[in-house]
Design a protein around this ligand. Structure first.
Ligand SMILES: *[C@@H]1O[C@H](CO)[C@@H](O)[C@H](O)[C@H]1NC(C)=O
Ligand SMILES: *[C@@H]1O[C@H](CO)[C@@H](O)[C@H](O)[C@H]1NC(C)=O
Ligand SMILES: *[C@@H]1O[C@H](CO)[C@@H](O)[C@H](O)[C@H]1NC(C)=O
Ligand SMILES: *[C@@H]1O[C@H](CO)[C@@H](O)[C@H](O)[C@H]1NC(C)=O
Ligand SMILES: *[C@@H]1O[C@H](CO)[C@@H](O)[C@H](O)[C@H]1NC(C)=O
Ligand SMILES: *[C@@H]1O[C@H](CO)[C@@H](O)[C@H](O)[C@H]1NC(C)=O
Ligand SMILES: *[C@@H]1O[C@H](CO)[C@@H](O)[C@H](O)[C@H]1NC(C)=O
Ligand SMILES: *[C@@H]1O[C@H](CO)[C@@H](O)[C@H](O)[C@H]1NC(C)=O
Ligand SMILES: *[C@@H]1O[C@H](CO)[C@@H](O)[C@H](O)[C@H]1NC(C)=O
Ligand SMILES: *[C@@H]1O[C@H](CO)[C@@H](O)[C@H](O)[C@H]1NC(C)=O
Ligand SMILES: *[C@@H]1O[C@H](CO)[C@@H](O)[C@H](O)[C@H]1NC(C)=O
Ligand SMILES: *[C@@H]1O[C@H](CO)[C@@H](O)[C@H](O)[C@H]1NC(C)=O
Length: 444
């Protein structure tokens, strides 16, 4: 395992601008500016919860099949073409598809090792009583992400601290992913969300509206360059998907030649497709999107207030009522999940409420992501992470709460967030009425 020095992890994999327009397939990118993620002056952190997406992965099996179909069409036509094409097509003639499926890439593993190092750097001082308590939803890439995070945390702790407790081997609590089993890190028990219109289709429908708009002229260009390829708009998106997937399949995130087949403006459209997918698939654009995050928010409230979980949605009562599987009173917690679930949880917390007020996303208007302030690159890139912090500050008796998403301090306007994004613990707990009241779970 490569352990970078503390000062280098944030610039490791500092990637070109294009990688910030790849939506949920973007490599992790810190959104902190000028020390904005530092602990506010006069405060000391007393509690930290990280909620993390898994690291960069290979395409899922369904996506891999679509990509290979589209590539085959393009390559047959390219090899048969008598046109003199721009040199950015050269690599494609003899290109061979060799990506894996579903699991983390090496780059993705390293993202999580770095995240564990950084967690130690930020919060390791809280680990001298107990190590972080780690949970992962059952999925090879999520479990491995928790392992790689733990490896990074433990490596940094062993190198740099005599008092920090290491996360014991095999201590990661894996929450079963079975359709009938409650799991706040991968909710699959809200039947209406899984099976009923519009909840189960609205994300794909909005994606297709925008795909038909933005990919049409790109498809026409590709088909003109590659006579006989007969690519459709879905093929075009599949070929664009190769840019992020090949990039994160290299050890250091070397930019794939597929990226250069498209111009910057087309990547902005691709980003917007990914934004729609999350906003309407699991976010505020889906009537039951935030509902999926309620169980986890209620677990967070239990951890923040050191009281038993009160929830009637997706929590697993068997796990959450035992102090070996849901210990209270610890200072450090780490949970690992997926982009869909993080999107739901952020929505349940109300972190995206201001984007709704600003009009939300509109599948025929790419500018709506800018006007509302919602992008999937900023919320759920590979290895995305939120930190929920409690802190004690000079001049106040009560603990304060702050939330950072990919190092960007969230304003928490709904509980009186101050210039540092802080609310008092009681105001924060009070603001979470949506989760406490069950977040429309009765509609499930
Ligand atoms: C990530 O964890 C897996 C499983 O423990 C391990 O095989 C792999 O080497 C780790 N990756 C890195 C980059 O440390
Ligand atoms: C960064 O923060 C420091 C300290 O608050 C301040 O003096 C400086 O002007 C800031 N720089 C920028 C570019 O915002
Ligand atoms: C709080 O104030 C005291 C007295 O001024 C000071 O010694 C201490 O370092 C401050 N704590 C923090 C976390 O800044
Ligand atoms: C593709 O491979 C063939 C056979 O090895 C070679 O002759 C040709 O130059 C290659 N084409 C490109 C564009 O690299
Ligand atoms: C993903 O990793 C798991 C655990 O290492 C392994 O069992 C599985 O075969 C891998 N899946 C693929 C598609 O490579
Ligand atoms: C644990 O860490 C805290 C904060 O760094 C420190 O005040 C305390 O003395 C440490 N306790 C032990 C047992 O090392
Ligand atoms: C190959 O190109 C020729 C001439 O451009 C065309 O007539 C033929 O249909 C093409 N074959 C394939 C398989 O695309
Ligand atoms: C693209 O895929 C969607 C979803 O599978 C499908 O409804 C649509 O017909 C496809 N479009 C084309 C042009 O094949
Ligand atoms: C799962 O959630 C449902 C709905 O809230 C609840 O009725 C049930 O008791 C839960 N089961 C377990 C094992 O937690
Ligand atoms: C769990 O609860 C039991 C019974 O109350 C107690 O004896 C034990 O110390 C607790 N364990 C932890 C890890 O808090
Ligand atoms: C966010 O908006 C929803 C819908 O209006 C509301 O139910 C919820 O209470 C808001 N969340 C917060 C934390 O204000
Ligand atoms: C969405 O944007 C289009 C412009 O592309 C506009 O005509 C339409 O009214 C907008 N829809 C909503 C619901 O705002």
């Amino acid at each position: 395992m490569y352990i970078p020095s503390i000062s280098s992890y944030s610039i490791l994999f500092s990637l070109p601008l294009i990688t910030q327009n790849l939506g949920a397939l973007s490599p992790f990118f810190s959104l902190a500016t000028n020390g904005s993620d530092d602990t506010p002056p006069g405060c000391s952190i007393t509690f930290a919860q990280i909620l993390s997406r898994h690291g960069a992965r290979f395409p899922t099996s369904g996506n891999a099949a679509r990509i290979q179909t589209a590539l085959a069409k393009a390559q047959v036509a390219l090899r048969n073409s008598s046109l003199s094409l721009p040199s950015n097509y050269d690599f494609l003639t003899n290109f061979t598809y060799i990506l894996g499926e579903d699991n983390l890439t090496h780059f993705g593993q390293q993202e999580l090792v770095n995240s564990g190092l950084k967690f130690f750097d930020r919060y390791g001082a809280l680990g001298n009583v107990s190590a972080p308590f780690v949970r992962a939803s059952e999925s090879a890439r999520v479990i491995e992400s928790a392992q790689n995070f733990t490896q990074g945390f433990n490596a940094a702790a062993s190198n740099r601290s005599a008092t920090t407790k290491l996360v014991p081997a095999n201590s990661i609590l894996v929450i079963p992913k079975v359709e009938t089993s409650n799991n706040t890190l991968k909710v699959e028990t809200c039947n209406a969300f899984e099976n009923d219109t519009p909840f189960d289709t609205i994300g794909d429908d909005q994606d297709q509206i925008w795909t038909n708009i933005f990919a049409a002229p790109i498809t026409a260009r590709l088909n003109a360059d590659l006579p006989g390829a007969n690519l459709n708009v879905n093929d075009t998106v599949a070929i664009m998907d190769m840019c992020p997937f090949e990039t994160v399949a290299t050890p250091n995130g070397a930019i794939s030649p597929f990226c250069s087949l498209f111009i910057d403006d087309e990547w902005e459209s691709y980003e917007f497709l990914q934004d729609l997918d999350k906003y309407f698939g699991n976010g505020p654009g889906n009537g039951l999107g935030p509902t999926q995050g309620v169980g986890w928010v209620n677990e967070l409230l239990a951890r923040l207030t050191n009281t038993a979980v009160v929830d009637h949605t997706s929590t697993n009562t068997a796990l959450d009522s035992s102090n070996s599987t849901f210990p209270l009173g610890l200072a450090l917690y780490a949970d690992f999940s997926h982009d869909t679930q993080l999107t739901s949880i952020f929505s349940a917390l109300g972190l995206f409420n201001s984007t709704v007020v600003k009009g939300g996303l509109n599948a025929t208007d790419r500018n709506s992501s800018k006007t509302s302030g919602y992008t999937s690159f900023q919320t759920v890139p590979f290895s995305a992470r939120a930190y929920v912090e409690k802190m004690l500050c000079n001049g106040t008796q009560e603990e304060m709460v702050r939330i950072l998403v990919n190092d960007a301090v969230q304003p928490l306007e709904f509980c009186g967030g101050d210039e540092y994004g802080r609310c008092t613990l009681s105001n924060f707990v009070e603001s979470q009425e949506y989760a406490k009241s069950g977040g429309e779970w009765t509609e499930c």
